[in-house]
Design a protein around this ligand. Structure first.
Ligand code: SF4
Ligand code: MSK
Length: 662
């Protein structure tokens, strides 16, 4: 039975062990039947005359609301929830930056001054002759205003292409501020307000844009300022990263503020000695969900798994503490933890879980909070059972491809640009770009759609960027190793091997989908592939979405001109009108739209068709999978084996052609 629920052999191993004794989300997905009406977006609960379910001969709610209004309202409220979650993360980062700039945040410092200065530039803040802390304070306070101001516009909108900005203004979806647009969306979707599906969805796009180009982008930028802009580094992934002889602390949730301090505390000599005094050989950190991505990208901390692995990590019996902050934390973790010695520790003033121990994190005393948490985990080590069930499964990965690094790797510090990438796309070496993002969902086999889609895309010479739990999913199967080239098409392989990158680039956590907006904008402004995002041979795919945040991301990507495919049945499937607005309607107005298809083969086909259509519209070389033969390093090595030594002299050791004497 576990084999059907996950593609991950480590997860299977733990599920086998849990079967019949420890209940997990994999079991509840079988016992809890989804609601067929709510699942299609046509159950309305916004007033006490309902819930009104539009089914059978019922075509309107008690107030007369139609299926289209109800489905649009439901979708819009999900976007509001998702945008609020990610943007509140961004606000938290800005608040931390205020404290750091004022010298009131214990343990933190500004690690990336270059990024601070470029963010100051975007926000119109002067930097010449000013101290780092002065600039940082202005950046933080201006960023905080981006959440609450009630007039003007989100400042980062100017980072989009000029055409995109014009479209947003013409279509009246340019957001004023994050809170303003989310509040208006909640207002407009309450009983008896906005009752035109397209008009409701416009406000959903507006709130989503406030998240993508506001809250989330600020979250990414300020994280980089405080903790460093990611560059590639190596780690391992999967449950096998837990250690039998060390204190295992799993960091789970989304925000990097506390986890950064725990990383520091875990190498504190005093705590390492304390761990030894309890019989442990060290302190081992691992991550789950997007906290995992944050500490992976900046410190090489290995992820133990993605969303559906959270209970399984505890069920290994080897976790002394699972430390959680906000988002994607299953309430059932407390039950699973109670079956073992594991302490579930909540840390955010925003989130408590019954049965968990609450050690509230305070950024003003961050290092003390972190040490307290690590000490609690160490104290728990002697309580571990005699045997653990850690699957001996892990996989190597390379992560940390910030958009700054992607630019850098294409020419270095002084000549970095997106030109080589655009050229490779124009020549058909790279057929197109795809962002494969999002969650796990217990309704589908963990990782299976994500892995299938990524495999087919790279076989078809599509360069893939991954974020969130899809990134961890891809990593588990080796896609994030530079040596993982066997399955990539010849053109893609040649480009990746020349630069030394894997065919699948780990771009970050869920809030870092904002980095994908920047990458798409850079490709558009570099030239040669049109002058705005809709012209690019590029798609976004979210094969296993679960969270409202994924819908907010899909909405801001669509409004930014991207064609976005989701797996799973449509959450607006009960209204053909809404389905049509979100695809054809948005495509006509914004050049991007959202389409849902539960079948992975269909998603792959639609993605490749879209890429090829965009190539034709740009008059690019027609993509031919055979054009680059069997190009790549292996072919070059074979070539060397076949030629004599004199011919080998045609090449220098670094494979650069040198002048022949002949
Ligand atoms: Fe029913 Fe209308 Fe109330 Fe929704 S708003 S619950 S459709 S009466
Ligand atoms: S953690 S939002 S399950 S990607 Fe970002 Fe994973 Fe989705 Fe949470």
């Amino acid at each position: 039975m576990p084999e059907r629920m996950t593609a991950d052999s480590a997860a299977c191993e733990v599920l086998d062990y849990c079967e019949g004794t420890i209940e997990t989300a994999f079991d509840r997905a079988v016992s809890v039947k989804p609601c067929a009406i709510g699942g299609r977006g046509i159950c309305c609960r916004v007033c006490a005359m309902g819930p009104c379910r539009i089914t059978g001969t019922t075509t309107r709610g008690v107030c007369g609301a139609t299926a289209a209004t109800i489905a649009a309202r439901n979708f819009a409220r999900s976007v509001a929830g998702g945008a609020a979650a990610h943007s509140d993360h961004g606000r938290g980062m800005a608040q931390t930056l205020v404290a750091v700039a004022k010298g009131e945040a214990q343990g933190y410092r500004i690690r990336d001054e270059v990024k601070l200065r470029s963010v100051a530039g975007y926000l119109g803040i002067k930097t010449d002759g000013r101290s780092v802390n002065d600039i940082a304070l202005d950046v933080a306070e201006t960023a905080l205003a981006e959440f609450g101001k009630s007039s003007g516009e989100i400042a980062y909108l100017t980072r989009a292409t000029p055409i995109r900005q014009e479209i947003w203004h013409k279509e009246k979806v340019a957001p004023r501020s994050v809170d303003r647009e989310i509040v208006e969306l909640m207002h407009r979707t309450s009983m008896g307000v906005d009752q035109d599906a397209e008009h409701i969805l416009d406000q959903a796009l507006c709130a989503a844009l406030a998240d993508g180009w506001g809250g989330s982008m600020l979250a990414t930028d300020i994280s980089d300022i405080l903790f460093g802009t990611p560059t590639p580094l190596q780690a391992q992934v999967n449950l096998g990263v837990l250690k039998d002889d060390e204190v295992n602390i799993v960091l789970h949730g989304h925000e990097p503020t506390l986890s950064e301090m725990i990383v520091a505390a875990s190498s504190d000599p005093e705590l390492l000695d304390y761990a030894k005094s309890k019989g442990a050989n060290g302190i081992n950190l691992a991550g789950i969900c997007c906290t995992a991505n944050e500490v992976l990208m900046r410190h090489g901390i290995s992820p133990a798994g993605n969303f559906l692995s959270q209970e399984l990590a505890v069920a290994t019996g080897a976790v002394e503490a699972m430390v959680v902050d906000v988002q994607c934390i299953m309430q059932a973790l407390a039950d699973v933890a109670s079956r073992f010695h594991t302490k579930l520790i909540t840390t955010s003033p925003k989130a408590k879980i019954e049965g968990a121990e609450h050690i509230e994190f305070d950024e003003h005393h961050a290092y003390d909070s972190a040490k307290n948490i690590v000490r609690t985990a160490i104290d728990n080590y002697p309580n571990r059972g005699a045997t653990t069930k850690i699957p001996q499964t892990d996989e190597a990965l390379v992560a940390g491809f910030s958009h700054e690094y992607i630019r850098y790797m294409q020419g270095g510090l002084y000549r970095g640009s997106f030109r080589p990438l655009n050229d490779a796309i124009a020549q058909g070496r790279i057929r197109g770009l795809a962002a494969v993002v999002g969650c796990n969902n217990a309704r589908v086999a963990q990782d299976a759609p994500t892995v299938k889609i990524i495999r087919e895309l790279i076989r078809n010479d599509v360069l893939v960027a991954v974020t969130g739990c899809a990134a961890t999913g891809a990593a588990k199967y080796g896609f994030l190793r530079p040596e993982f080239m066997a399955e990539a098409g010849a053109g893609l392989r040649e480009v990746c091997e020349a630069i030394g990158i894997p065919p699948v680039l780990h771009v970050g956590s869920c809030v870092d989908n904002s980095r994908i907006l920047t990458i798409l904008t850079e490709c558009s402004t570099e030239g040669g592939l049109g002058d705005d995002v809709p012209a690019l041979p590029a798609v976004g795919i979210c094969p296993e979405y679960m969270s409202e945040k994924a819908l907010a991301i899909g909405a801001y990507c669509a409004a930014s001109g991207a064609y976005v495919l989701f797996g799973l049945p449509s959450p607006v499937g009960g209204s053909a009108e809404v389905v049509n607005i979100m695809l054809d309607g948005w495509m006509k107005r914004f050049g991007g739209g959202i389409e849902l298809a539960p079948d992975s083969d269909e998603l792959i086909m639609k993605a490749l068709e879209h890429i090829d259509e965009k190539r034709r519209e740009l008059n690019l070389t027609e993509y031919d999978p055979k054009r680059y033969g069997t190009s790549g390093d292996r072919t070059l090595e074979e070539l060397f084996e076949d030629v004599d030594e004199a011919a080998l002299g045609l090449y220098s050791v670094n494979h650069e052609p040198v002048k022949s004497e002949v």
